[in-house]
Design a protein around this ligand. Structure first.
Ligand SMILES: Cc1cc2nc3c(=O)[nH]c(=O)nc-3n(C[C@H](O)[C@H](O)[C@H](O)COP(=O)(O)OP(=O)(O)OC[C@H]3O[C@@H](n4cnc5c(N)ncnc54)[C@H](O)[C@@H]3O)c2cc1C
Length: 497
């Protein structure tokens, strides 16, 4: 067989692409993984600078307990035994600060319910209904993933239709008008980049994911990324970085994948590149599917983030921080918090050095801190065609002034932080745009609104023979769904020969 002919080519090495290459190479297919950037991993590639390393798109994971579905997936891909996961204190996975109150998200649905009822003793009926809603959404997702062959598919049809039309926030509004209760049940929609009133009900799966416990890879996202790289290489797979795919053609049953450094041929192609780019830029018109291209053109991207990467010499544990993620909200009206993004009314703060105490992401006695707040692309768009670190003084000035505003908010939790910062850097949605090729710098692939989730998301198996998709544009944004999609795509590509 010629050196440039493969059984499977995977385009893009995000979590989904890595899983697809791991699945295909594990089954002994001659596999090539092509990545545009010099580094593998997409959002699980860390930002490394000086003596420090920061996670970009992995802060915690769920469903990794004994019977967890994500754990089973990692076991199947032979990744589980290569990474050690540290469990976040199950009594407090996330600490939500709102209206002078603090709610600690515990592990387990029953504990969650008990804790909410302690805070809202008069809301028993609403809490029970909200938990029923969560369970219904979970069941609908499970049935939906099996398709019309599932015996309960028809029974759930009216509910599916409702989920396509109504947002998660609207479904909650049908149960309660208690804004604080709504906030607790829907704060995780922020981790899909949307306020509840615009988010699909399927974003509730994020809460369900973490109710099974919160976990962090020992060594950070790099450890998970490297486990995949090692597995692919041990399976005989080939990884080529700095190979940007520019066009995908098909001739006589073989795909021709064109890159900036030459072309490669294969029987099957799996794209981990956002569907918008896959269908509007990568696929040759002769093989493109009109209906998918039309949908791709209309796709709305998710929002990006303003990100602070910090290192401090403060004793953060003494100041009350821990392994939990801290979520601050000025207002329980999350719609308002999201619209006024540059006031940083809502942010997520995490301390990797307290999640993984053996972390080598900073020298001993220093802590790394990552603070994330949603930010749109438009305010930064005029610098989008400039490479990272070459966007000029105006961009730098804007970034620093926004960063300073965010640090003022953060000092509520870490007093005098600014005097104790030994390293700081800020990132805007342009980082996602440049480093991960994310359309409009979005964090989670296509926006997770009701019409772009469930059947509105892109299929793993396309109607182009031998061409598959994986990553955040398929099942949902997030590491676990992206890895699941990659595994499914890799397995399907081999089964359908
Ligand atoms: C700030 C932030 C925080 C997050 N936190 C969490 C979290 O705590 N837990 C969680 O589960 N999820 C989290 N996520 C979401 C999660 O990281 C992503 O949904 C997931 O990693 C996306 O994986 P993917 O397979 O879609 O690939 P991506 O990570 O999007 O990577 C795509 C890859 O394809 C490459 N590529 C693009 N175009 C080409 C081309 N033409 N040729 C070759 N290569 C190409 C890119 O360079 C990139 O490496 C977070 C995301 C962000 C941004």
């Amino acid at each position: 067989m010629k050196d440039n002919i493969f059984d499977v080519i995977v385009v893009g090495s995000g979590a989904g692409g890595l899983a697809a290459a791991a699945a295909a190479s594990k089954a002994k297919a001659k596999t090539l993984l092509l990545e545009a950037m010099p580094f593998v991993g997409g959002y699980i590639n860390p930002y490394t600078v000086k003596d420090y390393s920061f996670d970009t798109g992995l802060h915690y994971l769920g469903e990794l307990g004994k019977n967890g579905s994500f754990r089973k997936r990692l076991e199947k891909l032979c990744i589980w035994e290569r990474v050690a996961f540290v469990e976040i204190n199950p009594d407090c996975i996330g600490k939500y600060y709102f209206n002078d109150k603090v709610f600690c998200l515990p592990k387990g649905m029953e504990n969650f319910k008990k804790r909410i009822l302690t805070m809202f003793p008069n809301e028993k009926k609403a809490v029970e209904s909200l938990i029923e809603l969560l369970k219904d959404i979970q069941k609908a997702a499970a049935i939906g993933s099996k398709g019309p062959k599932h015996p309960e598919f028809t029974k759930y049809m009216p509910f599916f239709m409702k989920l396509m039309k109504k947002s998660y926030g609207q479904l909650i509004d049908e149960i309660t008008n208690n804004q604080e209760l709504k906030y607790i049940f829907s704060i995780m929609s922020g981790e899909a980049g949307l306020p509840p009133d615009r988010a699909s009900a399927f974003t509730a799966l994020i809460l369900l994911h973490y109710l099974e416990g919160g976990y962090y890879p020992k060594g950070g996202s790099k450890a998970l990324r490297d486990a995949f790289v090692d597995a692919i290489k041990e399976n005989g797979g080939i990884i080529k970085t700095s190979h940007r795919v520019t066009k995908i053609y098909k001739n006589n049953g073989l795909f021709k994948v064109l890159t900036n450094k030459g072309e490669f041929l294969s029987k099957k192609v799996i794209s981990d590149v956002d569907p918008k780019l896959t269908f509007t830029q990568l696929l040759d018109e002769k093989i493109n599917v009109e209906s998918l291209k039309k949908r791709a053109l209309k796709l709305q991207p998710s929002i990006g983030s303003f990100y602070a990467f910090l290192v401090t010499d403060l004793d953060l544990e003494q100041l009350g921080l821990g392994d939990f993620n801290l979520i601050h909200t000025d207002t329980v009206d999350l719609n308002e918090a999201f619209d006024k993004w540059d006031e940083f009314k809502n942010f997520f703060l995490t301390v990797p050095t307290l999640k993984d105490r053996s972390c080598t992401c900073a020298p001993k006695n220093f802590h790394t801190i990552e603070v994330i707040s949603m930010a749109p692309f438009e305010p930064f768009e005029k610098w989008a065609n400039k490479p990272s670190r070459q966007r000029g003084d105006d961009y730098l000035k804007l970034k620093l002034s926004l960063g300073d505003r965010l640090l003022t908010k953060v000092e509520r939790y870490i007093p005098n932080l600014r005097k104790h910062i030994v390293f700081k850097d800020f990132a805007t949605p342009l980082s996602n745009y440049y480093w991960v090729n994310a359309p409009f710098g979005g964090d989670y692939g296509p926006n997770q609104t009701p019409s772009q989730m469930g059947p509105g998301r892109f299929p793993i198996k396309t109607n182009i023979d031998g061409f598959y998709l994986c990553g955040a544009g398929t099942l949902a944004g997030g590491i676990a769904p992206s890895i699941a999609s990659g595994d499914i795509a890799g397995s399907l590509a081999l089964k359908e020969s």
